[in-house]
Design a protein around this ligand. Structure first.
Ligand SMILES: Cc1cc2nc3c(=O)[nH]c(=O)nc-3n(C[C@H](O)[C@H](O)[C@H](O)COP(=O)(O)O)c2cc1C
Length: 502
């Protein structure tokens, strides 16, 4: 068995969080009917330790399941706000946003490390089949008061395969408990799971499926990444963690699942049967109550699980939860890769979590920009077409282009640049030839346009940044307004003045 790493094994991830004082084991009984979720929501909003709930009302003895809240929430541990994101990707907990994006993209240049099949693993410790399974008996948390049901699946990984077995997709999409043996959930046709589902529909057969909870942290990160179609996530994850993942065959179909997953549902997704699903609070922090939609049924034929398994959950809503720390971060990495592959001088990228996975900041490499001998309009249009026309572009409403004196991961910098350098109308470039995910509130609930809702590139750079080698302005800040020797003295004597050390 390969060495256990935090990125490759949830239990090791939790051990390290605990050692770093970023995990709280909650032994007090909590009610799955909203109390557990409300605690987790407060944890996101205060950037508190991730709670591992061990004593859930209605949970019998050692059965299914403990619940891990805010698995990739932000952290209050000094210097490691992004610690859970970094650790999920095999980085030290103090890694910066730029290091995180760089790590994901470095893995892109490596050969995929295909998963290694093993004969058994912890996920096979216990097995249940057929009518011995009763999803309604599980202490599934109710996540928000306006949700249309209990969502068991918010941070698990679906695995599906094309009928010919040539492409396997690992991805996250929500799932609500429907009855004893069925979940119900949306399958968006544009996503890879939707494309594969259509292939099974064309063939006239229900889609074999597995849903894995508590998978290696790097796997769930990549499950939320819009990597190119026909790429297997598993090989990319192996390259990312530096070890092939160990997978084991399902009991009732040919799908391979991570051997160290906490628990796995095996079954089929119906191509004919649907049931009402939702609503569920969305990643942008809004829900329109009472709006359910018919969605396919996911039938569970087998359940395998390790001793005392853990269900990781994401309580969607206002930032910062996993839709932002996982989905948006992985979109950013993909977009940076797409820009660089298209020869665009973009050196860094980020999604301010406060934009709820809708606005993205791209930082320009000015040296390369000047070599292009371009101008604001030409360049902004080029970026817009490359990014909005790409697979992740569908999720993105707004791009902020910033220069080198603006840190894309610092919202204060981004707002400063947008407010001071982006001239309304003149520095904004609109695109209506690319579609938007309808979940964005102004798309689903905004004014209906004649064509598609527009997307925008906001150029937060001045025209001179496209022409002059040196920036013509100086910045009014501690770092910009004083010579180095004065800065050094003030830093050195900070505590002597009577301030607390920073
Ligand atoms: C916590 C979390 C929850 C998500 N929930 C959903 C969801 O309910 N529906 C959905 O379509 N995508 C959801 N996503 C986004 C998809 O996982 C993501 O777009 C993924 O890239 C799609 O996979 P694909 O590349 O295979 O198309 C979620 C992502 C995360 C991180």
């Amino acid at each position: 068995m390969a060495t256990r790493t935090a990125a490759g094994d949830l239990r090791q991830f939790l051990k390290e969080l605990h050692d770093e004082n970023d995990l709280l084991i909650v032994k007090k009984e909590v009610d799955p009917a909203m109390e557990l979720a409300a605690i987790t929501r407060r944890v996101y909003e205060t950037e508190e330790k991730a709670p591992l709930f061990e004593n859930i009302k209605g949970r019998e003895g050692n059965g299914l399941f403990r619940v891990l809240g805010a698995p990739v929430g932000l952290s209050r541990v000094p210097g490691q706000r992004f610690g859970r994101i970094a650790k999920s990707l095999g980085l030290p907990s103090k890694a910066s946003g730029s290091k995180i994006i760089a790590k994901i993209n470095t893995a892109r240049s490596l050969q995929p490390l295909e998963p290694k099949e093993v004969s058994t693993g912890p996920v096979k410790e216990h097995k249940l089949f057929g009518d011995d399974i009763d999803l309604t008996a599980l202490p599934t948390p109710l996540l928000h008061q306006h949700d249309g049901g209990k969502f068991l699946e918010t941070f698990g990984m679906h695995i599906v395969q094309t009928p010919d077995g040539s492409w396997t997709n690992w991805s996250i999409t929500r799932g609500m408990v429907h009855d004893k043996r069925n979940l119900v959930g949306p399958i968006i046709p544009k996503q890879d799971i939707g494309i594969i589902y259509q292939m099974w529909k064309d063939k006239g057969e229900d889609m074999p499926w597995a849903l894995c909870f508590g998978v290696p942290p790097a796997a769930i990160m990549v499950g939320g990444m819009p990597i190119p179609k026909w790429t297997d996530e598993a090989g990319f994850i192996g390259a990312l963690v530096g070890n092939p993942l160990e997978v084991v065959k399902c009991e009732t179909n040919d799908i391979r699942v991570p051997a160290n997953a906490e628990f796995v549902f095996e079954g089929t997704v119906s191509i004919t049967e649907t049931a009402p699903e939702g609503p569920m609070m969305e990643y942008h922090g809004h829900v329109w109550p009472n709006k359910s939609k018919p969605c396919p049924l996911f039938k569970v034929n087998a359940l395998t699980y390790r001793e005392d398994p853990i269900l990781p959950i994401c309580i969607t809503g206002r930032s910062t939860e996993e839709s932002h720390t996982v989905w948006a971060v992985m979109i950013v990495a993909e977009v940076l890769h797409i820009c660089q592959s298209a020869g665009l001088p973009i050196q860094n990228a980020w999604c301010p979590f406060e934009s709820h996975a809708i606005s993205y900041v791209l930082q320009v490499d000015r040296k390369k920009l000047l070599e292009m001998k371009t101008n604001m309009s030409e360049f902004s249009n080029k970026v817009g077409h490359v990014v909005f026309g790409s697979k992740p572009g569908w999720y993105m409403g707004k791009i902020f282009l910033v220069g080198e004196d603006v840190d894309p991961t610092d919202l204060r910098d981004v707002i400063w640049a947008e407010s001071t350098r982006c001239e309304p109308g003149t520095s904004e470039f609109l695109f209506d030839e690319y579609g938007n995910i309808p979940l964005i509130p102004y798309v689903g609930y905004g004014t209906k346009p004649e064509r598609n809702h527009k997307k925008v590139v906001k150029c937060c750079m001045l025209p001179s940044e496209f022409e002059d080698e040196e920036l013509s302005w100086k910045v009014g800040s501690f770092w910009g307004s004083y010579p180095k020797d004065v800065q050094d003295k003030v830093e050195r004597d900070w505590v002597k003045y009577g301030f607390e050390s920073l």
